[in-house]
Ligand binder design. Structure first.
Ligand code: DX5
Ligand code: ZN
Length: 234
């Protein structure tokens, strides 16, 4: 939280017929992280990319590959995704039948592979559920839309939830990166950055921009300034 701003384009908004070109484009245009949205048609009502895609992506990607798993029963498939390769893996709290034991096991598997562990919350899951394990995480992903599709509008008030994550970390004496995902663009980034978020997923705002480099630079600039303001107030 309040770290250096990072921009993570979500390749769900890329042209799937020109995926290699689009990845090269974001790498050239100043992205920091490649955000991969894995959806299984059960946990969310959409079906996207999976393990074979991730394996090939890892062969060409120059940037860190961050995998956002929106799948039911993540413990069953986690070993496949870990083997495919990633810089970090995010699981959803709501995807576990028994989050109390499941999340702990997932964090253990991800960390045993030497990669970053992250847990994501849907917009209506209380931040308080993070308390038992947040100190073991590298990152929290706060959804600012209901997961499933790109191009949705930012849900107002997500910034208050980001502030709750910061407060929880302060109380527990831990620090995590806070990523926000959904509807992030120049007009929405400042409020979440001011609240303490530091990694911004950009799907449609990056790939539909006439000038993706300028769009990412603008979000980075606005986010950095607002983040500095927020840190100053603490
Ligand atoms: C939504 C995905 C997001 C999405 C972001 O379920 O997790 O990563 O692709 O797209 P935008 O930025 O267009 O909301
Ligand atoms: Zn995502």
């Amino acid at each position: 939280m309040y770290g250096k701003i990072k921009i993570a384009p979500s390749i769900l908004s890329a042209n799937f017929m020109k995926m290699g070109e689009d990845i090269a484009m974001i790498e050239r245009c100043g992205a920091d992280i490649i955000h991969v949205d894995v959806m299984d048609g059960h946990f969310v009502p959409n079906l996207t990319m999976g393990v074979p895609f991730l394996k090939d992506l890892n062969k060409i990607a120059k940037l860190p590959v961050d995998v956002h798993l929106m799948i039911s029963n993540p413990l069953e498939e986690l070993p496949w995704f870990i083997a495919a390769g990633a810089w970090g893996i995010t699981v959803h709290y709501e995807a576990f039948d028994d989050p109390a034991t499941g999340i702990h096991e997932a964090i253990g598997l991800i960390h045993a592979a030497g990669i970053r562990a992250c847990v994501s919350l849907k917009p209506d899951t209380p931040v308080e559920v993070l308390r038992p394990f947040i100190a073991d995480l590298d990152m929290v992903l706060m959804m600012s839309v209901y997961p499933g599709f790109s191009g949705q509008s930012y849900i107002e008030g997500t910034e208050n939830r980001v502030a709750e994550v910061v407060a929880l970390c302060d109380e527990l004496g831990c620090d995590v990166d806070i990523q926000v995902d959904g509807g992030i663009k120049a007009s929405t980034v400042e409020r979440v950055a001011r609240a303490g978020a530091d990694i911004f997923v950009m799907g449609s705002a990056c790939f539909t921009a006439a000038d993706p480099a300028a769009a990412m630079a603008e979000v980075r600039e606005l986010g950095s300034a607002a983040g500095a303001e927020g840190a100053g107030r603490r």
